[in-house]
Design a binder for this molecule. Sequence first.
Ligand SMILES: Cc1cc2nc3c(=O)[nH]c(=O)nc-3n(C[C@H](O)[C@H](O)[C@H](O)COP(=O)(O)OP(=O)(O)OC[C@H]3O[C@@H](n4cnc5c(N)ncnc54)[C@H](O)[C@@H]3O)c2cc1C
Length: 484
Amino acid sequence: MRPYAATEIDTWDLTADVVIAGYGVAGASAAVEAARTGAEVLVLERAGGWGGAAALAGGFVYLGGGTGLQRACGFDDTPEAMAAFLVAAMGPGADPEKITAYSEGSVAHFDWLVGCGVPFRPVFYGEPAWEPAADEGLMYSGGENAHPFDEIAAPAPRGHLPRMENKRTGERGGGYMLMKPLVETAGRLGVKARYGVRLDGLVTERDGTVCGVVARGFGERVTVRARRGVVLATGSFTYNEAMLAAHAPLLVGRPGSAVEEHDGVGVRLAQALGAGVAHMDACEVALHMDPQYLIRGIVVNGRGQRFINEDTYPGRIGQAALFQQANQTFLVLDEEGFEEARRVSAAPEVLQLRPAWVCGTATELAAETGLPPGALEATLDVYNRHAEQGRDPLLRKAARWLRPLRGPLGAVDLRGMTSGFALGGLTTGLDGEVLHVDGEPIPGLYAAGRATAGIAAWGYASGASLGDGSFFGRRAGHAVALRR
Ligand SMILES: Cc1cc2nc3c(=O)[nH]c(=O)nc-3n(C[C@H](O)[C@H](O)[C@H](O)COP(=O)(O)OP(=O)(O)OC[C@H]3O[C@@H](n4cnc5c(N)ncnc54)[C@H](O)[C@@H]3O)c2cc1C
């Protein structure tokens, strides 16, 4: 992990102005912008091809403030409303400066993506879902239109999805159609890529400036000189068990929503140079189910009590379940709710739900699921009494989704359904410059994507990763290319 001194390197095998480690969304965005700014760019990618987690992703890019896609779908939005939402939803601890820059630059970033050839179909998808049923381009992806955010900022859908024909959730998603045009644009701009080459170390001048990297390709050591600087775009530490255990232990043993190459190497190499880190305990958490079911029922904890409005962003329910309810949660739904969800659901079979227990009464169901006697009954009594009047004074689920739950009840065991990825990483400035623990930039070192702490801290919205990875990756590419 410790840096190599430039004096230790006898010969440089490769040289470029800008050396980027990782060819996922942050690396590709940095590559395009560095090349456009006039730099000779070399990308080192550990895997056999470009893409990273980004190419497997559903493809949400969190953008707003009045993008062309929002306007084409008939939605008004402002950078101020977007920033107000993000500050409330990404925190506590979200970086207000990054959020302001991101929100103010969002319309231009959307245009930049379109200019790189990323296609978006101007159709809004308004159903509760993790992703649209087909190739619709715009969706609410962070609970903007649910309590409490609908009162904090004017709601607008900001989940922008690249168009993927014949899309199949979990198999072929919009992330590929984000990555392909970006990498093709980079190629047209003369960006060179080396695959099967893994960043192993950073090289520094006597004054601490990062001037190259040591990598490993097919068993051989490769030394690469970077005339202007190095960009770390190697992803998160989700697949580093030791780092998870140290920083985000609740993710240990859960499936990681990332690729195995996310081993935290970029974070550790920069830490060895004195870089600061932030929000290392923060995680995105997914609940593997169609929200059409969640929204029609009540989600209760191990004490049989509701703890969140079920019409919010399902990732927020996942975070609350894992971090605040010890992952002891159940979905309770009546027959009408199950049948309706199944009828309207456009999600694949793997996200469809079946109850683990079905009982004639709440008392029997509580006994079957092991909930304390009387608790679920009391919860249902309060919920149903208010639902009859179209209200949810406890947690403010929208009236549209309120209906007393009656007759035979089923409970879905949500305990094994969470997975996620780490959100924490290097502290960076607005141009991707990696900041030393003293707050000053480490000369020649830049980073973007999930190797960094981005706009999301404790909270999350779908699209925040591809969004901040591409946005700050692009800024990092521009800034490093201007270094002399
Ligand atoms: C199934 C799934 C769905 C998702 N859906 C969404 C979504 O809809 N919206 C959203 O915002 N996010 C989504 N995410 C998360 C998102 O894909 C990632 O957080 C995002 O890709 C991170 O960007 P990145 O550039 O940091 O990492 P990546 O895109 O993964 O790129 C990192 C690259 O670095 C390479 N690398 C790693 N180590 C080295 C090394 N030592 N040397 C050289 N190269 C290295 C990796 O191989 C990889 O290609 C999803 C993730 C998954 C798995």
